[in-house]
Design a protein around this ligand. Structure first.
Ligand SMILES: *[C@@H]1O[C@H](CO)[C@@H](O)[C@H](O)[C@H]1NC(C)=O
Ligand SMILES: *[C@@H]1O[C@H](CO)[C@@H](O)[C@H](O)[C@H]1NC(C)=O
Ligand SMILES: *[C@@H]1O[C@H](CO)[C@@H](O)[C@H](O)[C@H]1NC(C)=O
Ligand SMILES: *[C@@H]1O[C@H](CO)[C@@H](O)[C@H](O)[C@H]1NC(C)=O
Ligand SMILES: *[C@@H]1O[C@H](CO)[C@@H](O)[C@H](O)[C@H]1NC(C)=O
Ligand SMILES: *[C@@H]1O[C@H](CO)[C@@H](O)[C@H](O)[C@H]1NC(C)=O
Ligand SMILES: *[C@@H]1O[C@H](CO)[C@@H](O)[C@H](O)[C@H]1NC(C)=O
Ligand SMILES: *[C@@H]1O[C@H](CO)[C@@H](O)[C@H](O)[C@H]1NC(C)=O
Ligand SMILES: *[C@@H]1O[C@H](CO)[C@@H](O)[C@H](O)[C@H]1NC(C)=O
Ligand SMILES: *[C@@H]1O[C@H](CO)[C@@H](O)[C@H](O)[C@H]1NC(C)=O
Ligand SMILES: *[C@@H]1O[C@H](CO)[C@@H](O)[C@H](O)[C@H]1NC(C)=O
Ligand SMILES: *[C@@H]1O[C@H](CO)[C@@H](O)[C@H](O)[C@H]1NC(C)=O
Length: 662
């Protein structure tokens, strides 16, 4: 079918469905919910910057017309912002290190002595992997452990303040939902989200995963809509964008995600990712810089190779550091018609294309597969089913996991950019190249990151092992890429094979990689690997499990908190000290400071020492047991509303087609 025919069909369908979701003549139940919803105002967030909501708008370009810039430097905006942010991390870092009990180093004096030269002080990055809701929740637990706003997070044994000390916070796929959700909600804390949503009685509507994305939010919650209204609202928004742009299933997916992740009416159809740059707190350098990752898909490609172009979204830009594209476009103007790096003189600019849900959806296109289930899900209006079938009909099943952007890099760097002659830039889930932890932006030498806390919620292990736990695959992929012709200056510490991870237990407890900076020709960040493992809950739930009641949601978050804190320090009282040593390691080296003995002991305990054991793990393979059985959490029954979804055959198909179970 021709695209124009589809558009006509979609437009027709749109006109027959409801255009908006105002509750008229509310029932008593709705009215009560509306009263509960009043504290919505407390959740001020950034912000609606799209005059036509989800539909991008044509506007006059600013006099300083947007252009593509070469990736040879950081953006001016990031450079300026870093001056503030790096200085603003000094005070929280001083407090954090002071609490971490690094015997033999007066951390206060150390920080004070170098405070006027922030580049000598630790530059911290945090990376949250993909893996669907499991990754969102496990990652949230780690961020809660690092956040000084979490209850008791600054008590002995805890790591609160690390988030406040970090420069960058990267997310990918499910980890991107986490990062995107926090930033579109004024960098609220995980603690705050949970507190406002416990037992479905709170005033918040964020992270209500009891209803799957097929059903939409609960009637009676803030959104006050039925499944039918939910789908027709989504459908109307997408088809309106479709009048001028190619839409994909990612548009539906991103809109649906927003109802769970963006605390605004209808999931904030006008909320853009670039609006984060105007967020007062972010602009003032009071939060880390958020980065989301997606992979490029070259025309005609269906599998994503390791040498694919890796793209990042940050509050100012979309682009890639790789030698292929090696350029960045101002995110606010993505959707405009760029040719060879410029918008033609007489043309207008497009704004509002970078809808925050669409960006989160782009980083997680693997989950478009969720929506393909709507044909077999009851209660979904035919109009929504038809629309999705139409999109599939246009693109073909092989293309169902893509997000389409008018190519900002059209005819830009013709000789190296594989997409230079394509009118559309096709982006897919950031984990599809197996690099399921968003390390790529953080290992760019130009960013000078010293230490990366790499939260791995991947589901790598398969039977006969217990399924759904990480085994280092994501780190292996990033290491291999760093050794390839496509590294383009990125460096990564040596990483052993997956069997070694399992045989040495490197995937069942935190492990440091790259402790000896002299073991590589170029400096690399030190990697603090934080693999998901069972502490108090078996959080190895399926990547494609679409529904979690509050009890299970909180259990996975609690487990994630204990993964990062080693059981609040109960499994090793030295752990907080060791985290401090990891943070300081590169800095001590730069400033020629003697490494304290407690840190040497930590490195002996937590650094991978180069030992290999690559034999296939014996017997049943990897079968971790609960580390804190006395604290094990029992979740209330019915935890997964769509239990039946857990093992549907299409999941295997997805995993194979993507070559990865993210
Ligand atoms: C955002 O959060 C900061 C820090 O908690 C707070 O000071 C500010 O008032 C919040 N902004 C809005 C618009 O709610
Ligand atoms: C601090 O670490 C030392 C070992 O270096 C240990 O003896 C002491 O108990 C720790 N203090 C606290 C408060 O944890
Ligand atoms: C700041 O620290 C960096 C890294 O240690 C060092 O190279 C530089 O010389 C220092 N600058 C000043 C002014 O001390
Ligand atoms: C916080 O610490 C206090 C004092 O140790 C304790 O009573 C309380 O239970 C702790 N709260 C949580 C949520 O751990
Ligand atoms: C760990 O600390 C958090 C508070 O920071 C608390 O909520 C949790 O119950 C503690 N868990 C264990 C097992 O100590
Ligand atoms: C839609 O995609 C096709 C094929 O890539 C392209 O030729 C066309 O220009 C796109 N249309 C719009 C409106 O972006
Ligand atoms: C990646 O490798 C494949 C096969 O080696 C090659 O055909 C392709 O052009 C490469 N892509 C890039 C971006 O270099
Ligand atoms: C990365 O690629 C760009 C574009 O080809 C090139 O200019 C730059 O020198 C490369 N960087 C390194 C370190 O190889
Ligand atoms: C985009 O701009 C180029 C010239 O720079 C023009 O040839 C092309 O028709 C424009 N495309 C659209 C979809 O407006
Ligand atoms: C890039 O390719 C286009 C189309 O082939 C061509 O018109 C343009 O001149 C090329 N740009 C450069 C800088 O070579
Ligand atoms: C999750 O992990 C536990 C502990 O290793 C294991 O017993 C269980 O079978 C795993 N669950 C699934 C669904 O594989
Ligand atoms: C040191 O580097 C070599 C060569 O890359 C590597 O094989 C070895 O595993 C590294 N050792 C450690 C401890 O990282």
């Amino acid at each position: 079918m021709k695209y124009s025919t589809i558009l006509a069909g979609v437009a027709l369908a749109a006109s027959s469905s409801r255009a908006s979701v105002v509750v008229r003549n509310p029932t008593a139940e709705e009215a009560a919910a509306e009263i509960l919803a009043v504290p919505l105002a407390e959740w001020k967030r950034a912000t609606d910057q799209s005059p036509k909501g989800y539909t991008p708008s044509l506007v006059d370009c600013p006099s300083d017309r947007p252009t593509i810039r070469a990736a040879s430097t950081l953006s001016n905006q990031e450079t300026t912002w870093l001056q503030t942010r790096r200085n603003n991390t000094v005070s929280p870092m001083r407090k954090l290190l002071g609490r971490l009990n690094i015997t033999g180093l007066d951390t206060n004096s150390y920080i004070d002595n170098h405070a006027n030269n922030a580049s000598a002080l630790p530059n911290i990055g945090i990376a949250a992997s993909g893996g669907g809701y499991r990754a969102l929740l496990n990652g949230a637990g780690a961020l809660a452990a690092f956040d000084d706003r979490t209850v008791n997070a600054t008590a002995s044994g805890h790591l609160g303040g690390l988030l406040q000390s970090a420069t960058y916070l990267a997310g990918l796929s499910g980890g991107g939902w986490l990062v995107g959700s926090l930033y579109t909600n004024n960098f609220t804390s995980v603690q705050n989200i949970i507190d406002k949503n416990n037992n479905g009685t709170g005033s918040g509507s964020l992270w209500q995963f009891g209803n799957s994305i097929f059903e939409g939010p609960k009637t009676g919650s803030i959104q006050l809509i039925s499944s039918v209204e939910y789908f027709s609202t989504i459908h109307d928004a997408v088809s309106s964008k479709g009048n001028n742009f190619n839409v994909t299933i990612t548009d539906y997916w991103g809109r649906a995600l927003s109802y769970q992740l963006v605390n605004a009416p209808d999931g904030g159809p006008g909320y853009t990712f670039s609006s984060i740059q105007k967020d007062v707190d972010f602009a003032a350098g009071n939060t880390p810089m958020p980065i989301l990752v997606a992979d490029g898909r070259a025309p005609g490609e269906t599998l994503i190779p390791i040498n694919t172009t890796v793209y990042e979204f940050n509050p100012w830009e979309l682009g890639s550091w790789d030698q292929t594209v090696h350029g960045f476009v101002p995110l606010q103007y993505v959707g405009s018609n760029f040719t060879a790096g410029n918008i033609t003189e007489n043309e207008q600019c497009v704004i509002g294309f970078d809808n925050v849900g669409f960006i989160m959806g782009t980083s997680s296109t693997l989950f478009n597969q969720f929506l393909l289930q709507i044909n077999t899900t009851a209660g979904i209006p035919q109009v929504a089913k038809t629309a999705i079938a139409d999109v599939l009909g246009r693109l073909g099943n092989a293309q169902d996991d893509i997000a389409d952007y008018p190519n900002p890099f059209y005819q830009y760097r013709n000789s190296t950019n594989l997409n230079a002659q394509a009118e559309m830039l096709t982006l897919v889930d950031g984990g599809e190249d197996l690099e399921n932890i968003p390390l790529h932006p953080l290992i760019q030498p130009i960013r000078h990151v010293d230490v990366i806390f790499a939260i791995d919620s991947s589901a790598d292990t398969v039977a006969p092992s217990a399924t759904g736990w990480p085994n280092g695959t994501a780190l292996v992929a990033t290491y291999e890429r760093s050794l390839s012709l496509y590294a383009n200056g990125t460096n990564f510490p040596a990483i052993p094979d997956q069997n070694t991870f399992v045989n040495l237990g490197l995937n069942s407890r935190p492990t440091f990689f790259g402790c000896d900076s002299h073991n590589t020709t170029h400096t690399t960040p030190l990697i603090v690997y934080l693999p998901n493992a069972p502490y108090v809950y078996n959080s190895n739930v399926s990547t494609f499990d679409p529904a979690y009641n509050t009890s299970e949601r909180n259990a996975i978050i609690s487990n994630g908190l204990l993964v990062a804190s080693l059981g609040n320090g109960t499994l090793d009282s030295q752990w907080p000290t060791c985290v401090g040593c990891a943070i300081l390691s590169r800095s001590l080296e730069k400033t020629g400071t003697t490494v304290p003995d407690v840190c040497k002991a930590c490195f002996k305990k937590y650094c991978w020492d180069g030992t290999l054991n690559s034999t296939t793990p014996a017997g049943v393979g990897y079968n971790p047991t609960m580390k804190l059985p006395q604290n094990a959490i029992k979740v209330t029954s019915g935890a997964s509303g769509f239990g039946v979804m857990r093992a549907m055959p299409w999941m295997a198909a997805v995993a194979v087609s993507a070559w990865v179970i993210v």
